[in-house]
Design a protein around this ligand. Sequence first.
Ligand code: UT7
Length: 337
Amino acid sequence: MAPSLTSKYQAKIASVGIAVPPGLLTNDDLSKMVDTSDQWILERTGIKQRHIAEKGVATSDLAAEAALKAIEKAGLKPTDIELIIVATITPDMILPATACLVQTKIGATGAWGFDISIACSGFLYALQVGCQFVTTGAHKNVLVIGLDVMSSIIDYTDRTTCIIFGDGGGAAVVQRSDSPDIPGMIDFIHEVDGIGGPALCLPGGGSRNPTTAETLEKKMHYVHQDGQVVFKFATRKMADLCVKLLERNGLTGDDIDLFVPHQANLRIISSSAERIGLDMKKVVVNIDQYGNTTAGTLPLALNSAIEDGRLKEGSLVLLASVGAGFSAGAALMRWSY
Ligand code: UT7
């Protein structure tokens, strides 16, 4: 049974703002740090460069920048925001929640908030949660942020992970959709499967393995990934969920105007698009510019599509995510400003 989002109101994304640090790390730069090459990275991942934050720049700094842009584009003031949800796996610190830091930085006095930690599915899950508060009528203006400073948890001597990830992300203002023809968010489907935990994790620093000299020496404070296991899961699951979502809404890939997938690997994106029955012309790809920014990829991709004029009033949009957990999801929305 499809979960209903039509409780009282419809919810839509009213605006998107992004923030990426200016510093660039190119494939050629990486080939001077580890045994890799521009050709290998480009062929295997589709990535050309990623943005990397300067030392001292944390998730809340970039999140606040993105949030202020989104709030301004929505024609609001920070004090209009009632709820802030931050999806990140790179909080400034374990506590307080990054949402609290962003609230103060942007001056959203009166807002409450919390963080969501579900890695690459973070923005989509946070968006869904934010929409629920709008559809119930509890809130009118919700700020949903997906942003990661991945460089803070990556081992730049490990060529299997350091080539993939980058820093940045964005924020979206979620509001009521008053147009009956353009309902905004239509449906969603999300799944987690904890069996995939060991394939993509950061084993140190939590309650299982609190930080010690030993955990640091074993590099347990960095992301560990079994790339092929994640690759296989991502390719199958992202497509499966999208197809399920389309089918239960009586749609096929032909009906979709734009597919906005998590940007983890161009091969995962193109294989998923093919399985869903979508022409690559309908797919938003910006992994070449940003790499995999974890919770940041979907707002960055939405922003690219807006700037390129590909996201139009009334466009039927399919969003999809997949990542650590395992976690995966897909959502269907009719775009309107
Ligand atoms: O956001 C969700 C989280 N992550 C993902 O979605 C990542 C999913 N996985 C992937 O994107 C891919 O598995 C990777 C990009 C991580 C790796 O690509 P792959 O095609 O699966 O490579 P592989 O692990 O099968 O390795 C192939 C070869 C190996 O050498 P041998 O054993 O064939 O001699 C690796 O040692 O490539 C080697 N290799 C590299 N060579 C140059 C692995 N990393 C590199 C590298 N540069 N950076």
